[in-house]
Design a protein around this ligand. Sequence first.
Ligand SMILES: Nc1nc2c(ncn2[C@@H]2O[C@H](COP(=O)(O)OP(=O)(O)OP(=O)(O)O)[C@@H](O)[C@H]2O)c(=O)[nH]1
Ligand SMILES: [Mg+2]
Length: 626
Amino acid sequence: MQFVRPRPASNGMEIRNIAIIAHVDHGKTTLTDALMRQTGMVTDASVSMDSNALEQERGITIYAKNAAIFYPPRLGEAGSPTSETSEGRRKTTKINIVDTPGHADFGSEVERVLRSIDSVVLVVDAQEGPMPQTRFVLKKSLELGLRPIVVLNKIDKPAARPEEVKEMVYELFLDLGASDEQLDFKVVYTIAREGIAKLTLAEEGVNLFPLLDTILAEVPAAKTDTESPLRVQPFNLGYDNFVGRLAVARVYEGKLKVNDAILMRNKEGKNEAGRVVKLFTFRGLERVETNEVEAGDIVMIAGLANVEIGDTICFSSEQELLPAIAIDEPTISLNFVVNDSPFAGREGKYVTNKQLRERLKKELEINVGLRIDFSDDHYKVYGRGELHVAILLENMRREGYEVQVSQPQVIIKEVGGVKSEPFEEVTVECPLEVSGTVIEKMGKRKGIMMEMKEGSGGYTRLIFEVPTRGLLGYRGEFMIDTRGEGTLYTRVLDFRPFVGVIKKRDEGSMVSMATGKALAFSLNNLQARGTLYIGPSTEVYEGMVVGNVTKGTDMAVNPIKGKAMSNMRSSGADEAIKLTPPIEVSIERGLEIMLGDEYLEITPHNVRLRKQFLTETERTRAGRKK
Ligand SMILES: Nc1nc2c(ncn2[C@@H]2O[C@H](COP(=O)(O)OP(=O)(O)OP(=O)(O)O)[C@@H](O)[C@H]2O)c(=O)[nH]1
Ligand SMILES: [Mg+2]
């Protein structure tokens, strides 16, 4: 962290508040990073908005994040490329930018952000064109009356077709019922990776300033009414070990100072007092501590332990509330239990029930879509899809936790007296010749085809509405059916009447009956019966799942058995055996393939599948009781 001298919040500066939105991978973060570098906010090229270790590893944005840049850069600002140019003389404007995640599982995060900014930069890949999430985030933006700026990115790609994609974007605006004003959107062409933006394809681009100029011209200046009574609304939460919960909030009216006594209110009747301990504004990716913040800015507030997204923070209980911000409801649940496998405690730093409980409590501070029921000795975690839960598990193992989880179940609830379950919209792009298989499988899973048309690159695009229950575990199958050539995007729609029993594949597990090191000799025999999850030398325990059985039910196997004749020779012979590479169990894959009587065991260095009851005798007994 670089040291930043405290400065007054916005110093009477004009402010623009924008979010960058797009389908996954279309280049939001690359663009934001480049904007920060070119305005001198970061000098180290390795600093990125995707600051979380998991984000860097996966190359996706998981958490919406705030940054602020100043444009034109203030004279003398470190790294300022324009301090010498005429633009350097123009009045500097502060631009608060929210970089959002493009993955559909984090879609609700984007929705919240959209409520708190004044315009969006819609980034579209100039080759791929609009994709399902482009449609979703644009639809939300248009409904909120925002006037998007369209950025056609990656125009350097050999197959880029910017003019065609521009037409497609226009069609999409029309399709989504854009107003005349919204239809009149500005287009900027970019190569985010090279930090280039231009207003026409013909011109030579040099930097991103054409985009910044467009933002200044098109985005309405934030209202800076500092005279009205205070109204502030948090749209994101953070956590700091020293100051506790942090609220990222938009100041709509008035001024807020450190030590101010405030009220946190909502339409459900919450009316709680609190005191502001610290205030921050943004500068680049840094938080700058300040004594006072003003209307128009996006700020961070510390000291309000019970602050929630959507609260109206104000001074008086008479004050009119700001419109609430809806948080999407969880769609799946699963149990988190202490790791009690035979290999428990080998790797983890935190392995006890108490440590698990504290960690989950901490997660609730920031993970907005998550709910947890602590009433039992196992903890029931409710989330927004498998990825949402997988990210939490991945973070925990990195921190040194060990935990086991049960198979994710779809949440069933009553809506207006009717038993209901979550539904998702599924967009598939795949080669024409495999589309028949996809349609058939979707049908079996109670999916209804809504649309079938030509997709990009000669692919077929299919859109289905499917109950989440039918989708659980489908991704892996889809990859196999389309031989890795298809893409599948899902997005939660809403709760709809329960559609009855869904019969999925009848696969069983290969369960180890012994504890020890797996040998190639026996794995070679087992791989004829199904798919293996482990390779030779993997340590296994009794009750651990080492693979699946393509046909039929569970099968007890002995993966540690060597050739009977001579031990000496069998280990030599092992090397000659050609094994198919195993399908390793990752957290996401494990959540997808696990059966109802299994646990997924997650430790810092291993992910294993196991039966809840480790011995066959116990399993038979438990089975009989049912
Ligand atoms: N060829 C080319 N690649 C680009 C350009 N901009 C970004 N990329 C690449 O596209 C990939 C995705 O970029 P990101 O900036 O992470 O995309 P994102 O929209 O933030 O992705 P999510 O946050 O996960 O939704 C990276 O590999 C970038 O290097 C560009 O202008 N041209
Ligand atoms: Mg990103």
